[in-house]
Design a protein around this ligand. Sequence first.
Ligand SMILES: C[S@@+](CC[C@H](N)C(=O)[O-])C[C@H]1O[C@@H](n2cnc3c(N)ncnc32)[C@H](O)[C@@H]1O
Length: 241
Amino acid sequence: MSRGGKAHNWYYDELKQVGVDYTDKIMVEEYDSDMQNLRDIKKELEEISTSISLKADQVIIEIGTGTGEFGIEASKYCKKVIAVDVSKAMLDFAHEKAKMRKRSNIEFVHGGFLTYTHQGELADVVITQLALHHLPDFWKMVALKRISKMLKDGGRLYIRDVVFPSGVEDYDGFFNKIINRLEIEVGAKIAEETKIHIKEEYSTFDWIMESLLTKAGFTLDEIKYYNEFLATYVCTKKKSS
Ligand SMILES: C[S@@+](CC[C@H](N)C(=O)[O-])C[C@H]1O[C@@H](n2cnc3c(N)ncnc32)[C@H](O)[C@@H]1O
């Protein structure tokens, strides 16, 4: 299903892939199998469920759902998941997976941070993992303000993303060390994708992320920086005045 809003012609084109191409079917299959191998999805779900206090009566929007692993599992513990992604190939893959796992309370919507238009009951939670960095900083702010409008007052926003630390003296050394370590620990493909990420995608600094979230109307409840350049933010939407 498509539910993209009408954008102005000066709007950022979020359907155009930046960095790693997630519109390619083979790439999508490989992404899913890499993530199954590299990530502890069950542990992620447990951590996120605790952070956002996941409940049976909640509506969750997941933006940048990818191959749907989180949304599909989360749908077992809430009323409804709306899984949004700009890549049709990702959505088709995730949809098939949901059918195989017999999940019916998950809706797949073709759209993104800047184009998904939420309809119906406001959401209790918006979650996005490893996706917001696809937008340049100005558009991250636009996205966060749009997310705020999708949420109930007091609704929660959970973000996991690649975020760069601001306190590094030598970024060449910092990134070379990460790339070399990834090459040894998880192989050349992930190391290569990390290079593309640094070079072409829009991960930003920790202090910029914190400031964007605050200025977009969120209270920062929990912030975690780990594994050199990963971050999680658990936020609450401030009450509208
Ligand atoms: C690295 S994958 C992460 C997928 C999944 N969230 C995960 O944790 O495995 C990034 C996903 O974000 C999607 N994406 C990129 N730009 C987006 C945008 N502007 N709005 C929504 N999704 C976007 C891509 O199509 C891709 O599925």
